[in-house]
Design a protein around this ligand. Structure first.
Ligand SMILES: C[S@@+](CC[C@H](N)C(=O)[O-])C[C@H]1O[C@@H](n2cnc3c(N)ncnc32)[C@H](O)[C@@H]1O
Ligand code: SF4
Length: 325
């Protein structure tokens, strides 16, 4: 995840003409949106307009996650009238964004009524938008039927980012994810049935040394089953100490070395059987940047991982610092 910057957007040329200022190049405006910081978004939403439809995460218990643990990030819904007003003001100010990201941690926790109201307002005031996306916990979709999701897709929701983290149930229990292999698989498959695309995240190193291999194998089994449109791996990062993660493992957690992280990635990629998944490991936490389409680029990716492994084996003092970014 990345902390979002405040993006400026082009005003429409139509509007620059209407207000009578002859301009050769468009000028830029700050969107009239309010955010409680920090706001996180996936790297691929870098140029999206972000509406904070909730503050924080409704679950907020995962042992490794510090994204929404600050005092001001306590979970609550955004005031609906204020949000709708914000969407309207963005439209009236001439913004023409193509993509919108609904923040914070699991915007799809909102009820169908609220989601439909927000998406309808976006369609009304920002007709240039072709894709609305958000983070999504599998449990957010539990009480939403395929027909519900079809309605959301028709109203513009095109992509969900799901933090599977691992396919291994033992690890999921120990990191207090509140989800299982089956709950994650069902949610992603349900979204696909409704025509909503998925981007699935897996955390390299989340099982420590003890569970590394079963993490790789079970995570591959999960992505093979759901065939996500996008797949991203991040490296386990400790921003505020390791205590919660270690406690989840009953005190028995050893962080992977850089070489071991590569080995786990190799096992994972090797075990994938994907048809057409766009794969990225280009998050700021990654020591090895990989991009490609799986399965087409699998052999090439495995060879890049092998090269990196050889380098790290020859340079045992090189250690990727996951606390440094
Ligand atoms: C907002 S969550 C994703 C959506 C949803 N809340 C969920 O957990 O499924 C953002 C993602 O950042 C990643 N993340 C959070 N804390 C991390 C950490 N300490 N190290 C590595 N990745 C982390 C996880 O993959 C997590 O799913
Ligand atoms: S559900 Fe997502 S945002 Fe919430 S605590 Fe877990 S990883 Fe963090």
């Amino acid at each position: 995840m990345l902390v979002s910057r405040q993006y400026c957007f082009k005003r429409s040329l139509l509007e620059t003409k209407l207000i009578g200022i002859p301009m050769l190049s468009p000028f830029y405006v700050q969107p009239p949106v309010q955010h409680i910081q920090p706001v996180f978004r996936p790297p691929s939403e870098g140029s999206s307009l972000i509406f904070q439809v909730t503050n924080g995460c409704s679950w907020n218990r995962c042992t490794y996650c510090e994204m929404y643990t600050d005092e001001q990030k306590k979970f609550r819904l955004r005031d609906e009238a204020e949000l709708l007003n914000e969407i309207q003001r963005c439209g009236e100010s001439g913004l023409q964004p193509r993509r919108i990201f609904l923040a914070d941690g699991d915007a799809l926790v909102l009820s169908m009524r609220r989601l439909k109201t927000i998406l309808q307002a976006i369609q009304t005031w920002l007709p240039s938008v072709s894709r609305v996306s958000s983070y999504c916990l599998p449990s957010n979709l539990k009480n939403k039927s395929v027909d519900d999701l079809i309605e959301l897709e028709a109203l513009g929701l095109k992509l969900i980012y799901v933090g599977a983290e691992s396919g291994d149930n033992e690890i999921l229990r120990r990191i207090d994810k509140g989800e299982t292999f089956d709950s994650t698989a069902s949610a992603v498959i349900k979204a696909h049935e409704a025509g909503i695309k998925s981007s699935v995240m897996v955390i390299n190193g989340i099982g420590g040394k003890t569970y590394s291999e079963q993490h790789a194998m079970e995570s591959a089994r999960l992505v093979n089953l759901v065939q996500p449109n996008y797949l991203a791996t991040l490296v386990l990062t400790f921003e505020r100490g390791q205590e919660k993660v270690i406690n989840g493992y009953g005190g028995q957690f050893t962080e992977l070395s850089t070489l071991e992280l590569c080995t786990e990635m190799k096992q994972f990629i090797q075990a994938t059987n994907l048809e057409k998944t766009i794969f990225r490991s280009d998050h700021v936490s990654n020591h090895l940047v990989l991009k490609g389409v799986l399965g087409k680029d699998k052999t090439q990716m495995l060879s890049s991982i092998q090269q990196a492994s050889d380098y790290f084996r020859d340079h045992p003092n090189y250690q990727h610092h996951t606390t440094d970014y």
